[in-house]
Design a protein around this ligand. Structure first.
Ligand code: IPM
Ligand code: MG
Length: 370
């Protein structure tokens, strides 16, 4: 009997449904060729959910997300919902998923594919071979800290408030994920904060140091101020192996690192919760790119980030590392063969649609598995 995994599909807005249609082909291939099967339910998140029920995600869909083995999400947002109230905007659906599933560790690999190294805005020799794993804390910090809000003062002027707050358990659990990952990679962690200005940053530095000394002394740890980290990411990104940082700095540094790789359309992510007593984690996988409403519905979207997000699901949720590598190899080969979606198009290469890219990946999987 094949092991059946329950998945929740949340295509979302813009190009989300198009890229999710391509990952389905890859999932079907896995189900046909491996002793695993997938039971997929679909739901709405983002602007499409707001149009449907007036919320960025319904309680029913939230309950599905809590019950499945893993969630795969396309993208949320678009200009259509620019005037929707703040707490119902498309992004609120994503934030609710992160918070209620307690997905505290966001893994954002920034890897330069050989075939695309010259597409980076940085010089080829600076990025070639770059392979960074950013571990962003995802359920704390200024994104969720209280008090927050906008208030009107007695003199009629207004004040906007957000609170940066971290506790030791929040820092410890994300630090452990970073050290564990480093052990399987280059064995180095750089922890980024602003301890020169922020108490929460000082606590971050002290508590990461504590976890390092007591649990992972064999891993090399360095501390870096977040602004310096931003600078080093464009100066010499290959100095980094794993970067661990808070929610807001992680948001910014991961965008920066992804741009250095040459295409946002290539980058996957995993958001993980704590292990339960059976060793399972709640998990959500999604491409780092957004909903790209300007190109939605044209067959111009790059499905590779979503396909690579599914590979991360195989690795981190289902312990199928070899099959994850197979998908990653198929992506490398197809790029090496010269196929490109519009976002990564280069002179002399063949421009293909979203669906042709998906079909070609599946064909390549067949060849590799031979
Ligand atoms: C991200 C995005 C989100 C964030 C938005 C869409 C709420 O930028 O996943 O990086 O700020 O976390
Ligand atoms: Mg972001």
């Amino acid at each position: 009997m094949a092991d059946t995994k329950k998945l929740l599909f949340l295509p979302g807005d813009g190009i989300g449904p198009e890229v999710m249609a391509e990952v389905r082909r890859v999932i079907d291939w896995m189900a046909k060729n491996r002793s695993i099967s997938f039971d997929i339910v679909e739901g709405l998140v983002g602007g499409c959910a707001y149009d449907d029920c007036g919320e960025a995600i319904s309680d029913e869909t939230m309950a599905d997300a809590m019950a499945v083995d893993a969630v795969l999400l396309g993208a949320v947002g678009g200009p259509k919902w620019a005037d929707v109230p703040f707490d119902k905007r498309p992004e609120a659906g994503l934030l609710r998923l992160r918070k209620e599933m307690d997905l505290f560790a966001n893994l954002r690999p920034a890897v330069v594919f050989d075939a695309l190294a010259d597409a980076s805005s940085l010089k080829l020799e600076i990025v070639q071979g770059m392979d960074i794993m950013i571990v962003r804390e995802l359920t704390g910090g200024v994104y969720f800290g209280e008090p927050r809000g906008i208030e009107t003062l007695a003199d009629g002027t207004r004040r906007g408030i957000n609170t940066q707050v971290y506790t030791t358990p929040e820092i410890h659990r994300v630090a452990r994920i970073a050290f564990e990952l480093a052990k399987k990679r280059g064995n180095r962690v750089a922890s980024a904060e602003k301890c020169n200005v922020m108490e929460s940053g000082l606590l971050w530095r002290e508590e990461v140091t504590h976890i390092h000394e007591t649990e992972f002394p064999e891993v090399e740890l360095s501390h870096i101020l977040a602004d310096n980290c931003a600078m080093q990411l464009v100066r010499n990104p290959k100095q980094f192996d794993v970067i661990v940082t808070d929610n807001l700095f992680g948001d910014i540094l991961s965008d920066e690192a992804s741009m250095a790789t040459g295409s946002l359309g290539m980058l996957p992510s995993a958001s993980l919760g704590a292990e339960d007593e059976n060793g399972n984690r709640k998990a959500l996988y999604e491409p780092v790119h957004g909903s790209a409403p300007d190109i939605a519905g044209q067959g111009a979207a790059n499905p590779l980030a979503t396909i690579l997000s599914f590979a991360m699901m195989l690795r981190y949720s289902f312990d199928m590392g070899a099959d994850a590598e197979l998908i990653e190899q198929a992506v490398q080969n197809v790029l090496g063969g010269g196929l490109r979606t519009a976002d990564i198009m280069q002179e002399g290469k063949a421009r293909v649609s979203t669906s042709v890219m998906g079909e070609t990946i599946v064909a390549e999987l067949g060849k590799l598995a031979g």
